[in-house]
Design a protein around this ligand. Structure first.
Ligand code: PAF
Length: 296
């Protein structure tokens, strides 16, 4: 593996094999040089512990003709609240880099917190009222910290396109809003949830689940499927169908089950809506969501 120190990011520089950069300024120098050669840049922000869901984001990036794919691996302390799992969040840096290489990623940005945040940093983004609803109601400040790091990553890489998984649907909606409200010159694209054969949505936090908890966690995807199936019968039927599946799982402690419009505003009478659930299974907070087609 070459490292940042090997890289001479001169005007004619073209990255071919994977290079890992720790320092944001070095990566920015490389992407600036690559941009000058006319190649589009695609960013896949991650917190590492890469699984098949992340690999789908990378594969979607690699479909952009001639693109340079940049993956960031950074467990962002700003988006974890007190008592959350920052310290025990799964980390698998070496195998993450191997996976990136196998998937044809050219650049990895893997900073330490000290590389991203000056000791006296003070300025960050505010997610607004949507940042206080749904996930935000249980995780105060989470979306402010998440948007701040995504804005920083976009500022470093200056990608043409950035990809995010639909599993964190509220995150995706907020990032789209940020890009719109702050006139970012980066297109934000969602990638559908990747599920295991039995429906469980892939998440780095699934490793925390015992066998019994994993079995119970299938209630979330089953509830989403039941809700989506009930779409033609209207919003009340969608929620009732999803709720009855969740209530059958004593190990699943539901935080919220909500039906919203696709931008997370009030639920429409008809057309497309999004069903969202968050629940604790043991100590693990899990999310799932599904597109619901309500009656015309
Ligand atoms: O979804 C995640 O993994 C993180 O919230 C993100 C977008 C990489 C920001 O830290």
């Amino acid at each position: 593996m070459s490292t940042a120190d090997d890289v001479g990011a001169g005007p004619g520089y073209t990255a071919r094999e994977l290079t890992v950069h720790r320092r944001p300024a070095e990566l920015a120098k490389v992407t600036r040089a690559l941009r000058a050669t006319g190649r589009p840049i695609t960013l896949v922000p991650t917190m590492g512990a890469l699984h098949e869901g992340h690999l789908e984001l990378i594969r979607a990036a690699r479909k952009v003709p001639a693109t340079v794919t940049v993956v960031s691996i950074f467990v962002n302390p700003l988006q974890f609240g007190p008592g959350e799992d920052l310290d025990r969040y799964p980390r698998s840096f070496e195998s993450d880099v191997d996976l990136c290489r196998e998937e044809g990623v050219e650049l990895v940005l893997a900073p330490e917190p000290v590389d991203m945040y000056a000791p006296d940093h003070q300025i960050g983004l505010a997610a607004g009222s949507l940042g206080e609803e749904l996930e935000g109601a249980s995780r105060p400040g989470h979306f402010d910290g998440m948007l701040t790091v995504v804005a920083k990553l976009i500022g470093i890489v200056r990608p043409d396109l950035a990809l995010f998984g639909e599993k964190d649907y509220q995150q995706l909606v907020l990032i789209r809003r940020m890009a719109r409200d702050l006139n970012f010159d980066t297109r934000i694209q969602g990638v559908p949830i990747v599920r295991q054969h039995d429906g469980l949505a892939l998440s780095s936090r699934n490793v925390y689940l015992s066998d019994a908890q994993r079995q119970a966690a299938l209630g979330l995807s089953a509830a989403m499927a039941a809700g989506a199936h009930a779409g033609p019968a209207g919003p009340e039927a969608v929620l009732a169908a999803a709720r009855s599946v969740l209530e059958a799982e004593p190990l699943v402690q539901v935080d919220y089950l909500e039906l919203r419009d696709i931008d997370l505003g009030p639920v429409p009478e008809s057309g497309e809506a999004r069903l969202l659930v968050a629940a604790k299974v043991g100590d693990t907070r899990l999310l799932d969501n599904a597109l619901v087609q309500l009656s015309a």
